[in-house]
Design a protein around this ligand. Sequence first.
Ligand SMILES: Nc1ncnc2c1ncn2[C@@H]1O[C@H](COP(=O)(O)OP(=O)(O)OP(=O)(O)O)[C@@H](O)[C@H]1O
Length: 241
Amino acid sequence: MIELTNVTKTYNGTHKAVDNLTLTIPQGEIFGFLGPNGAGKTTTIKMITGITSPDQGSILINGVDAIHNSLEAKRQFGYVPDSPDLFLRLKGLEYLNFMADMYDVPKELRKQRIDELAGRFSMENVLSDPIQSYSHGMRQKIVIMGVLIHNPSVWILDEPLTGLDPKSSYTLKEMMKEHTNAGKTVFFSTHVLEVAEKLCDRVAIINKGVIRFCGTFKEMQEHFKSNESLEKIFLEMTGHE
Ligand SMILES: Nc1ncnc2c1ncn2[C@@H]1O[C@H](COP(=O)(O)OP(=O)(O)OP(=O)(O)O)[C@@H](O)[C@H]1O
């Protein structure tokens, strides 16, 4: 569960990137975070994950205060950034072991998880290769595998489907469903509105740092008295400002 209450972030003293944002993402939910370029999605995600601090407001992850108890909060989630920095000289397997070490994943369990994740993402045959030889999509997959290796309860994914081939994209979406069906939480940002419409239990639309709508797609259609797709309603909502 992720709870943000009255969270604000200002850059350079004047530019409010996120303005008094309040949002609750309960367990068992795939939650899509949508908004145009520069809307404040990554800034929000960076505050949830402790990369940057809010000017005001509170952030709880599974009830743990992400601002004042950040180490414990970090154990609750796995985070896939939008443009990850990778240790390119490491081999895929070395990177996964490094991530498993960071999260104290026991040796036996990590082997089992690596085998399972590599199988699901068709990465078994490249784990002995250096990451610098990987394609963009393979790099994205090794990052996702590294994040999931400690089996975090809350998944926070910034544009996770970018660069994935159709099979890997399908696999990740299936894994998101399995994770939330097991009562856990998935929070992800995307510009692919068809995916959000099909996959998410609820979405929030942020524009210029302010949440413009939060709810199910059906609630959105009712709210805007529209039978249109999420894409159409999104463009109506954000396009004319
Ligand atoms: N480090 C920073 N310093 C100054 N301004 C920043 C910084 N990071 C983001 N901003 C500004 O804050 C606003 C929100 O940016 P943010 O990256 O959160 O948007 P976003 O919704 O993730 O956009 P995109 O979809 O393009 O990734 C933008 O106006 C951006 O220029």
